[in-house]
Every structure is written in structure tokens, then in C-alpha cells.
Design a binder for this molecule. Sequence first.
Ligand code: F0G
Length: 492
Amino acid sequence: MSDHTQNNHAQKNIVFFSGENIPLEMHKARMVQRLTLHPVERRLEIINQAGNNTFLLPNRDVFLDMLTDSGVNAMSEAQYAAMLMADDSYAGSETFYRLEKTVQDFFGLKYFLPAHQGRACENILATALIRPGKTVVTNYHFTTTKSHITRQGGQVLEAVAEDALNPVSQNPFKGNFDLALLDRQVAQVGPENVAFVRIEAGTNLIGGQPISLGNMREVSAYCKSKKLLLVFDASLLADNLYFIKTRETACAEKPLPTIVREIASLMDIIYFSGRKLGCARGGGIAIAKKAHYLQMRDLVPLFEGFLTYGGMSVREMEAMAVGIRETLDFHVISQTPIFVEALGKELQAKGVPVVTPLGGLGCHVDAGRFIPQVPQIQYPAGSLAAAIYLISGVRGMERGTMSEQREEDGSERLSPVELVRLAVPKRVFTLSQIKYVADRLGWLYKNRDLVGGLEFVDEPKTLRFFLGRLKPVGDWQERLAKAFKKDMPSGL
Ligand code: F0G
């Protein structure tokens, strides 16, 4: 029995005699980073200096960084060890061949192209496959994916089931396609105008919600019947695999490598952010057919770097290769979902509205229900993210109307959901830190009437949520800080 298999065994079978249901780590920390927590008065200054945009907060001023899991998962000792063995060469690096073989073995697809991160893969895909007037149908879009497609003159349609946009649900696979809707959308634009159908694993913007293997099989069969190209965004595959294993009865006994191979066999092209899948910093595209490989290959040296590094450091490539192999360890893929569940349950116990079922990536707080007094044009999710930093030093991410782009005529495109994502990178936080987050959000929920909206003072045209600066509408932040200080006199 391999180490990994033994871990799988332990993780699934240990139960607390007390009956408590909390995550138990099958790893220990051997390197740590000191954290700082500023008092509330200082946090009020800092969040305003950052334009009330959590992307603009310096990390030194953040207590718990729950902005994302991208590039910040804790790496394993095997990953660090592999970094020391990297072969630094511009062309023909041994490191590249090791990574290429890992990706080929993992997915079972013949061709591989390296790229420096997920959106770089999207740039290559969109440049090669999108022309003005072409459509991509997806279960749900991701911000950078959509921007690359529209930048090339294409449009994105979504075919996720209606239930997916409902923050409160019992549907275990909210990332599933509605096959009838997919068919209607393909018929509406004409199959000849569909550049590709895109499946996103662990559907990011609707709360890290998985898609089932059964649904992927149906989408693949549909695409084959209409001769449509099928592209898979595997960035969040690790979380999705955990949910396939634990929620899809037919897959409960299937080994993880078999599930991955089965998913991959349904796809023409698979791309991923190695900042998520593989717990390092990089990306890549696995391709089944030579013709598609050749369509994209020459763009790699143009945009990324030579074909044997694609803009990545060889050290990161080595770490990513090991990280991809470790995705087949149930203990590794369970880390985010079980901590999201722990956080989500604590929040629910305090009445805080969260997206259900609890998914992967992070716990998604429903700003729409948390602060219904803030209208969507004042960005409730952005306001709540700023308020959370103010009262806790915790950095979350706005995933709502601020993350949308304005319509051509300048009007707001209101997001169907207003969420604050509290990402849970793998193996980074302890349970007491998770409890602190829940405690402070519980306090904020009790004082939710004090939270107001935000307005832009500097609004970039593209992906405005990254760099946009906002100011509070009124003096709600001062009043919130004062209320916090009253209950927590130290300001901490
Ligand atoms: N696709 C999905 C599903 C993603 O979640 C991301 C990144 C990308 C593509 C782009 O990859 O960042 O390596 O360029 N998501 C990050 C996040 C930004 O925080 O959720 P990238």
C-alpha cells in the first residue's frame, strides 16, 4: 500500500469519539509565517487607502488572507524537494519533459503546452479559436475567461441549471449543465458559430460548485453528436474530484486516477491554472488531437516563452508536476472542502447567510441576504468585503456586480449573485483561525444594519474589480468601527 493510499484510509475512517465533526489534518506544519493584526482604527485607515478594494490591500496589513487559493496553497515537502532538482535551460529543459510526462500520465492526453498561468492558457485558446461572431457556451463563465473571449470578438452564453444561481439549494452539483438549455443556445446561434463548449470544474463564480461526472458524460455525448469542440477548465479540479468522490454514488468506489482519466477522455482540450491545480504557480494546456495542438503551439513562444518553459520558472514547473501527482491523494483534495464545511457550519450556526451546499474554493457569504439594505448599484459584495476587513483584518474577495463589466451603454450589469468569497487555501489555516473568522462575521451580522454601500472614484474599463478604487457612501465605516470598539475595547 502506498503512503497516499494509507492516508486515504486514515482520513476517511477516523471519527471523534465525542461525535464532533471537525477536520483532522493528516499533515503537520514545518514552516510558518508571522502574522500581524492591526487595531480597528488602523484598519479603517488602511481599507480607505486601498480604495475599499481588498485586491489593493498590502498583505502586511492583512491578518488572514482569504482573498484566493491561487498560488497560496501550502506546498508539500516533496514539492520543495523537487524544486532543487530543476533543470534550468531555455530550450529542452529536463524539467519540462518531466512536467509534460506528468500531465500526459495524469490526463491521458497526448499533447501538452506550457503557459505561465490559467489566463495565459485562455489567451492562447481564445486567440487560436475565437473569431468575431463566435460563441462559447459554458456552464458558468469565469472573469478572465470571458474577457479573453470577448476581447477576440466572441460572446459567452451560460447553460447552468437555474438552481445554480440560487444561493440556497440542496443540489449537490450546482455546476451541472442544463442539457436542454445548452441545446437551445447552440440552436439559437447555430452549431457552426459555436467555437467551443466550455466546462468549468468547481464553478468558481457561483460558489465553488462542482459538476458531476455523469453530467460531463452527457455534455460530451451532446458535443460529439453536434461535432462541437469540448474544452475543460480544470483549474478547480481538485475540489471537484472530492465532491465527485463523496457526492456521486456511482463514483464512491472508483479510484481517483480512474475518475481523472475518465473525465479527460471526454474532452478535446483541457487547460488549468497551476496556481490552483498542482499547488504551485504556472499553467498548461493538455490536448487530445495534433491538429488542435498545432493550432495553438506557435502562440506559446509568442506570448509566453519558449515551448519548454512557457513563461514559468523551472522550479515552479517541478513543484507543479509533483503537485499534480498529489492531486490523486484524497487527503490533499479534501483539505479545502472540509475546511470550507467547518467554516460554513460555524457561520450558519450564527445565522450568517452562506451559499449552500457548501462547496470548494472557499466559503461564500451571501451579501444579498446579509445586507439587503445596500442596493446592487452600490456593490453590496464589495461593501461587505470592506466591512469584513474593517472588523477583523480578514481579506475576502468581492464576487458580485463589481466583478461584472458595464454594458456598452455604460449601465451596470447586475450580477445574479452578490457574494463575498472567503477562500480557504489548502493546509494554510488552523481551526482556531477559522473559528476567529466565524466569530467576527457573527459580530458583523449582529451589527449588519450599520453597513452601507460603496461608489467608484476610479473605475478601470476592463476587469475593474482588480484595480478599481471606491469610497463609502456616507460615514457608515466610522460608525461600524465605533460599534466594534465598544464591544472589543482593545480594537483587536
Ligand atoms: N479558470 C478558473 C476557474 C479560475 O478560477 C481561474 C483563476 C482562472 C481560470 C485563471 O487562472 O489566475 O492562473 O490566471 N482564479 C483565481 C481566483 C484568480 O482567485 O479564483 P490564473
